[in-house]
Design a binder for this molecule. Structure first.
Ligand SMILES: [Mg+2]
Length: 342
């Protein structure tokens, strides 16, 4: 059966599973004792490593709209969101399960593109889909991915290891995904012409998998989280878990070149987009202060080709969480950015 506009209901469940298996194109792996097609996958764990497990659901109408995102981008994005969570622990992704509920009229060509997108994104980070489930639904598409990963016990990073006086660092730049989404909502297809970098950041986030492993391996980091809810909200999560406060310097928060002109055209605050836009999938981490940390940050940035920026420092919990504006004013950091009324 070729793709085209034929609905998936033309094929039975087993033919669809076989099709997904072919699209994912896994080469054989000695760690996979049983892969797609049996009752469960059977995997050989790596001796001495900690197993990481995460899952994430993409619901049509809640997390994406099918008229605004291609099936291939949706597949890549769903995989990327999970990869980002493994990255935030300093881990290497290994195996995934894909659970997919589809309306019967879902086009076979989109089914193919969805699995190509999932396979492409996982393959880029040496992760393999080893099983899952296909179901029919009367509602919209629901794509749920479970991803396993592994990390050496002395390299795992959690949200809770930061101490007062640590540097607060972030990979890449912030606010681009949120600005991209707002540009798509405002300008439709033209958004891609005006602000290609922002639209790309929204549709195809780059999970910082290699960066996360380098940061964990370097030994300088004390805590780490990936930025999914927004820099401010996720920093507050890290501070809560570590029982520390924080001071962030607004002018040090890295933003991409297109953010300022886009924010102006959209009538949005670039600072608020950068602090609370969300879905950046960058890594936010704390590192012990000192000259060796500065040098190590430079080395990791060079090796990975991604900016690593120190945006502030942690302080004792009772000193609170603050944003310092370019004019020197301090306002309390909140999940929405900052509190204007204090
Ligand atoms: Mg996370």
């Amino acid at each position: 059966v070729s793709g085209g506009t034929a609905p998936i209901s033309k094929l039975g469940e087993f033919a669809l599973i076989e099709r997904a298996r072919t699209l994912l194109g896994n080469e054989s792996d000695p760690r996979v004792l049983v892969g797609i097609g049996d009752d469960t996958a059977a995997l050989q764990p790596t001796q001495g490593k900690i197993l990481l497990v995460t899952c994430d659901t993409q619901v049509e109408g809640t997390h994406f709209r099918r008229d605004r995102m291609s099936a291939h981008d949706l597949g890549r994005r769903a995989a990327a969101v999970n990869l980002s969570d493994i990255a935030s622990m300093g881990g290497a992704p290994t195996f995934a399960l894909v659970s997919l509920s589809l309306p019967p009229d879902f086009p076979l060509s989109d089914f193919d593109d969805l699995f190509r997108g999932i396979g492409d994104q996982f393959r880029a980070f040496s992760a393999k889909v080893v099983g899952g489930n296909l179901a029919s639904t009367a509602g919209g598409l629901v794509l749920d991915i479970t991803l396993l990963g592994e990390v050496a016990p002395n390299q795992i990073l959690t949200r809770s290891g930061a101490r007062p006086g640590d540097r607060i660092c972030v990979t890449g730049s912030l606010g681009a995904s949120a600005a991209g989404l707002r540009a798509i909502e405002r300008f439709g297809e033209a958004a891609e012409t005006f602000f290609p970098e922002l639209v790309r950041a929204h549709r195809l986030p780059s999970p910082r998998v290699l960066e996360g492993q380098e940061i964990a391996r370097s030994g300088i980091a004390t805590a780490m989280i990936d930025v999914s809810d927004g820099l401010a909200a996720d920093l507050l999560h890290l501070c809560d878990a570590s029982r520390v406060g924080a001071v962030v310097h607004m002018e040090r928060v890295p933003v991409c070149r297109e953010l300022l002109p886009a924010a102006e055209r959209l009538g949005e605050s670039p600072e608020i987009l950068a602090l609370s836009g969300g879905e950046d999938y960058e890594l936010l981490f704390t590192a012990r202060a000192g000259p060796e940390t500065d040098e190590t940050l430079r080395q990791i940035a060079d090796a990975c080709g991604v900016a690593l920026t120190i945006i502030g420092e942690t302080v004792p919990k009772e000193e609170g969480t603050w944003i310092v504006h370019p004019d020197g004013r301090r306002t309390p950091l909140t999940a929405q950015g900052w509190n204007h009324f204090r």
